[in-house]
Design a protein around this ligand. Structure first.
Ligand code: NIG
Ligand code: FE
Length: 416
């Protein structure tokens, strides 16, 4: 059997079964075989079957990490990464006084990206999106969720999800696709939202038949869809056996969370206006709260999500970039880790849990997000000594290298 040993490292396993903060193991080693972690622990306890660390020749491959920190590969669990164009002009309009909602109601906002995305060829769409994906990968991301929702017609939603799947084949990252047909009402359906929801359901059935949908999302909001409309979408998702998640309580309390939890949603996302009733619904259904501090920052939102109440209710909290052209043109998980702590007062440990263990849960993936025997050998190696350093700095990229499915896929720099 072929295996690889990474020795002389500090492991932030994020395994909640271990008593140390971050599931930390110092002076550690980790062994992978066939893409899976087969052993990890204090290096001095490593069983002989993985070789004699003093005689490297006995080991298939032994990598000396020179004391570096290893975390699970980051999981960015909420992105709209595939789109064309940008919204710098809208950003400028907002700085001149217009609000996000006003711009949206005037046909800008999401619908301006819909125009650009519809006009883009599949090649252009993929090339523009690959730039953003590469930025995420340069910071240790090994799994990313990508939503559709800027096509809003079968041909263009298909083009988006195909681009997402192809990016997952072309880069060393697992892509989970989410159908977000109910993101905005496209201009050709102006004033006919219910008819558009019928079209969304038809698209869902077709795209799922083409193997392009891992889960289903919607935007439940005054400028999005009503809970009755979201219910129709979710009933169809359920009939197809697809998990759901929801953009909920971002700009107002629309009680979308309660609805999503009726369908055992994997996650409810944003949640600035989440009510107590919403929190207890999440607690009962085991739904993950995905917080998006970069969107909060970018829209200059002042209402904080109810973080302390979520903590008290033991609702798992994940965090994500929400990479999108309007409310969060952000491709940095490291920046979002810092924002989660500075803006939302998450502890650095909660923040790192939010892009690893809880982000995996938000995607319904139980094979990753922690370093433990039997989990996928996806990990990031950092030029750092302790995990709080991941959260602490702004604008630094301390990534050393990335291992995906047990194989070295990225080597950054060797500086410490
Ligand atoms: O997650 N809230 C809806 N969707 C995106 C924003 C999309 C856009 O403005 O293009 C979000 O914030
Ligand atoms: Fe979003």
């Amino acid at each position: 059997m072929s295996f690889t040993v990474w020795k002389n490292c500090t492991l932030a396993t994020m395994d909640s079964n271990l008593s140390q903060a971050y599931g930390l193991i110092a002076d550690a080693a980790i062994v992978a075989s066939n893409g899976t972690i087969v052993w990890l622990g204090a290096q001095q306890d490593m069983p002989q079957q993985w070789g004699d660390l003093n005689k490297d020749a006995a080991i298939n491959a032994a990598i000396d990490c020179a004391g570096r920190l290893i975390t699970p590969g980051f999981i960015d669990c909420h992105t709209h990464l595939v789109y064309a164009g940008d919204r710098a002009a809208e950003f400028e309009a907002r700085l001149n006084g217009a609000s996000y909602e006003e711009i949206s109601r005037a046909g800008g906002g999401i619908n301006s990206t819909v125009r650009a995305t519809r006009e883009a060829t599949p090649e252009t769409l993929k090339a523009q999106s690959a730039v953003r994906l590469k930025a995420l990968l340069s910071e240790g991301v090994t799994t990313v969720e990508i939503k559709s929702g800027y096509g809003l017609a079968l041909e263009h939603e298909q083009k988006t999800l195909v681009a997402a799947r192809e990016l997952g084949r072309e880069f060393p990252v697992d892509v989970m696709t989410t159908f977000l047909g109910a993101h905005a009402i496209p201009p050709e359906y102006g004033g006919r939202a219910d008819d558009y929801v019928t079209a969304v359901i038809d698209m869902l059935i077709e795209l799922n038949r083409n193997g392009l949908v891992d889960s289903v999302d919607a935007f439940c909001e005054r400028i999005g869809f009503t809970s009755a409309q979201v219910r129709r979408v979710f009933e169809n998702a359920k009939a197809l056996g697809l998990p759901v998640k929801l953009h909920a309580e971002q700009l107002s309390d629309s009680a979308g969370t309660e609805l999503a939890c009726e369908f055992n949603a994997l996650s409810c996302d944003h949640l600035e206006w989440l009510s107590d009733a919403g929190i207890s619904a999440m607690q009962k259904s085991g739904t993950v709260a995905v917080l998006l501090p970069a969107a909060f920052y970018y829209l200059r939102e002042t209402k904080l999500p109810p973080i302390e109440a979520l903590r008290l209710a033991k609702v798992p909290i994940a965090i994500s970039t929400d990479c999108n052209p309007g409310s969060s043109p952000c491709t940095s998980v490291l920046l979002v880790l810092n924002m989660a702590s500075t803006l939302f007062r998450l502890t650095p440990e909660e923040a790192v849990v939010g892009v690893t263990r809880n982000a995996a849960m938000a995607l319904g993936l139980n094979d990753r997000g922690v370093l433990a025997i039997g989990k996928k050998a996806d990990f990031a190696i950092w030029n750092l000594q302790q995990p709080a350093q991941l959260v602490y700095a702004l604008g630094a990229n301390p990534l050393h290298s990335v291992v995906k499915n047990g194989v070295l896929v990225r080597q950054a720099s060797d500086h410490v």
